[in-house]
Design a protein around this ligand. Structure first.
Ligand code: FAQ
Length: 311
């Protein structure tokens, strides 16, 4: 049986009325939002690392400026999302501690290495492409600050996706070696990109409740299918082959059928056993430690000013 305040809350959700930070909400709703928004923020921050790896080695000055701008956008998204989560009563320090202790997750995709310049193209095309697929519907989610954050974030992600596809276009029109490099990047990023949408619906523990609360607007498998349907023609246009022998257009369903995903690999990455988990966490831990003197300085300064005001 639902308590009256909870019923009123659910009625608002069902009527597409946004929930704002100071309003009453069930504890589970608050917790789920903090989990999802903070994990999303952590993904943006950790997501800077694989691409940052290529800023100094971008092939032209233009490419370097574009990549630099893109990575700065990710930082902005992260900070924006931390702020949205803070309206729910958790501090950014607490969220950072949860990331560094392993309690909070970040997207599995950022535990893979960026081996060649083509990986920067593949990330923009596939990873930002998957991010957009997931985040466009969240623009309509029930929590005001999160939904509004997604509007700006999605605009920037669209630019990111285009810059990635543009890198791929350039490579496939280049030398044989460049085309091979593009194909190799697609081979390595395709399945990890499909895993970004989360476990199959049958194993997704949070989906049903999150969808009832409109924190999530679609199931993991729905978005994964939509991504495959939109991305395969883009690969065809590039003249690249999607690394899946079972991929086939299904006329009856009006969708592509695709092969089984290696969920064992996904769960291993979540457990910390992906190729770059340790490296990513070490980089974040170092950034946090290296910034300690600055945070301490800010706090000391604020305290002094407060004391001066009191005097
Ligand atoms: N990686 O019950 P579900 C970006 C966890 S885009 C790691 O289905 P839920 C942009 C899940 O947290 C990437 N963990 O969970 C960019 C849960 O564990 P928990 C970030 C995953 O929450 C581009 C457990 O598995 N985007 O950063 C993953 O309903 C390029 C059970 O799963 C977002 O976060 C995974 N792939 O659905 C930046 C979007 N999948 O928390 C730089 C918002 C699942 O109980 C460069 N988030 N898990 O310990 C969401 O839409 C959802 O949280 C899902 C997962 C769809 C990711």
């Amino acid at each position: 049986e639902m308590a009256p305040e909870e019923r009123a809350f659910q009625e608002k959700i069902d009527a597409d009325i946004k929930i704002e930070p100071k309003e009453w909400m069930p504890e589970g709703y608050r917790k789920t939002l903090i989990r999802q928004i903070s994990q999303h923020a952590h993904s943006e921050i950790v997501g800077q690392l694989p691409e940052g790896n290529w800023i100094t080695r971008a092939p032209t000055l233009d490419r370097k400026a574009i990549l630099l701008a893109k990575v700065q956008d990710e930082a902005g998204h992260g900070l924006y999302l931390y702020c949205a989560a803070e309206t729910l009563g958790i501090s950014r320090d607490q969220m950072t501690e949860q990331l560094l202790s392993g309690k909070a997750k970040y997207s599995s995709i950022f535990n893979y290495p960026t081996l060649t310049w083509a990986d920067i193209g593949a990330i923009g095309w596939l990873v930002d492409g998957a991010a957009i697929m997931n985040q466009v519907p969240i623009q309509r989610c029930s929590f005001g600050p999160y939904s509004r954050a997604m509007i700006r974030v999605c605009k920037e992600e669209s630019f990111h996706q285009r810059q990635g596809y543009d890198i791929m276009m350039k490579l496939v029109k280049g030398t044989d070696a460049q085309k091979e490099m593009a194909q190799d990047a697609l081979n390595r990023w395709w399945h990890p990109a499909l895993m970004m949408f989360g476990p199959p619906d049958a194993e997704s523990v949070h989906s049903a409740q999150s969808m009832a609360w409109k924190i999530k607007m679609n199931t993991n498998d729905e978005l994964r299918q939509k991504f495959v349907d939109e991305t395969v023609p883009q690969a065809d246009y590039l003249g690249l082959k999607v690394p899946d022998p079972d991929l086939k257009w299904n006329e009856e369903r009006g969708h592509y059928d695709f092969g089984e995903i290696d969920w064992n690999e996904f769960y291993e990455v979540l457990k910390g056993n992906g190729p770059c988990n340790a490296e990513r966490m070490a980089a974040r831990q170092k950034a946090w430690n290296d910034g300690a003197w600055f945070r301490d300085g800010l706090m000391a300064h604020a305290k002094k000013r407060e004391a001066r005001k009191m005097a």
